[in-house]
Design a protein around this ligand. Structure first.
Ligand code: C5P
Length: 297
């Protein structure tokens, strides 16, 4: 018997970052939108905890207990006094180290899969609790849709979305480390008096209305200057997408995946074609959001 869970990637339509806190994290106003790129995580009984991974970038995924899927299995097992004897297989489609919460997605999916496999019957609140321990973006991977994350991003308020948004994502040829991007954010902001992060009413209204034009003028990402500083070539990808007619072009989360909001599905295909031909990026994907959170398939 085995359990497979499908889990979406995310893009941040707003990522407002406050000053570094004493614990090293940053307070955020983080508006997440789940999008239709998915990892599939399968849990099956095994003699001992084992993680395997297949798909693009799988060779960069750690297969030891640092993998968020492994940490999820261990955390759930500990809570219920079980041994985490499970084989977790990750079929990756979300870019690795791409700023689309691929690792967080695998953590949330493994948690749901192990809960079903072991019959632990954890409540939604318990699962969200464990997710928050695993990482700032993990609770959102569980719930999907759209949500405002505050604190370090783990405290969620679900948001209404009034329509479907069409996105193009351009993968980069190498990854960026999230802690490194936050460190660069701190370095760039030194002495600048960074304000506390506040959710943008314009972003929330645009999501609620489902209007891509309104969302395009409202999107923002405070980590973008830091990501561009560490990965200057991303500016060329952003420019290519804008020139192709994208309504907005932003770095996704801590990057280096770049995200392009299109006016409709046809425009998204055009933007993707131009990006592919531009030679400024790796693989290009067309998808839409919101997408549902982690579900057993
Ligand atoms: O929570 P998570 O493990 O995903 O965070 C990865 C890293 O990103 C943290 O170690 C920290 O360097 C940075 N981070 C941060 N502030 C946040 C979220 C993440 O500084 N709110």
């Amino acid at each position: 018997m085995s359990v497979t869970v499908r889990v979406p990637a995310k893009v941040n339509v707003q990522l407002a970052v406050g000053p570094a806190r004493p614990d090293g994290f940053h307070d955020l106003a983080n508006v997440f939108l789940a999008v239709g790129l998915y990892d599939e995580v399968t849990a099956s009984p095994a003699e001992t905890l084992r993680i395997t991974c297949a798909g693009p970038g799988a060779d960069q995924v750690p297969l030891d207990r640092t993998n968020l899927a492994a940490r999820a299995a261990v955390a759930l097992a500990e809570r219920y006094g079980l041994a985490p004897d499970v084989h977790v297989h990750i079929d990756k489609d979300i870019p690795v180290a791409g700023g689309m919460a691929g690792g967080s997605a695998d953590g949330a999916a493994a948690l749901v899969a192990c809960d079903a496999l072991w019959g632990t019957g954890a409540s939604r609140a318990e699962l969200l609790d464990i997710c928050a321990e695993l990482g700032s973006d993990v609770p959102f991977s569980l719930v999907g849709g759209a949500a405002l994350g505050t604190g370090r991003g783990e405290r969620l308020t679900e948001l209404k979305v009034g329509g479907t948004f069409h996105w193009v994502f351009a993968m980069a040829e190498r990854g960026l480390s999230t802690p490194a991007v936050f460190r660069e954010f701190d370095r760039l902001g030194e002495g600048a008096g960074i304000p506390d992060p506040v959710a943008s009413q314009a972003v929330l209204d645009a999501l609620a209305s489902g209007d891509p034009g309104a969302l395009a003028v409202a999107v923002s990402n405070d980590l973008q200057p830091a990501a561009l500083s560490l990965f200057p070539e991303l500016a060329d990808t952003l420019a290519a997408g804008r020139a192709a007619g994208a309504l907005a072009a932003i770095v996704s989360g801590s990057g280096p995946t770049t995200a392009f909001l299109a006016g409709d599905a046809d425009a998204a295909v055009v933007v993707a074609g131009v990006l592919r031909a531009s030679g400024t990026c790796g693989a290009v994907r067309v998808t839409e959001g919101p997408a549902v959170g982690a579900v057993v398939v």
